[in-house]
Design a protein around this ligand. Structure first.
Ligand SMILES: [Zn+2]
Length: 114
């Protein structure tokens, strides 16, 4: 079990991160709208297409992060935050501070990555 103090601290971090992500996603959405329609010039057109692809990749990453943040906030709500979703051990404090929304302890994350 993590202490309430830690959980409250991480909750603040997660809420800030969520606000930040939502803001970024809104900006990405509005920049997407701005780049359409494509210009008639074919050279410019390909540049615009490339930009759209970059934005799409970014968009996906932000959505993924947002999901992880929401899951972590859900785990705070049901008291499972800070516990490894795989082995049930406490996730180390240094790991939580580096990756506030991680659901896995360092050992299980290493195992999952290998
Ligand atoms: Zn674990």
């Amino acid at each position: 079990m993590q202490s309430n103090e830690i959980i409250n601290e991480m909750k603040t971090v997660l809420l800030e991160k969520r606000n930040h992500l939502i803001e970024r996603l809104e900006k990405i959405q509005s920049s997407k709208i701005r780049t359409e329609p494509l210009s008639a010039d074919s050279g410019e057109q390909s540049i615009e297409l490339e930009n759209t692809e970059v934005v799409d990749a970014l968009d996906e990453m932000e959505h993924k992060d947002l999901k992880l943040v929401n899951h972590a906030l859900g785990r705070i709500e049901n008291g499972a935050y800070g516990m490894c979703a795989s082995c049930g051990e406490d996730i180390s404090l240094s790991r939580l501070k580096a990756l506030p929304f991680t659901p896995l302890c360092v050992h299980c994350a290493e195992e999952a990555a290998s």
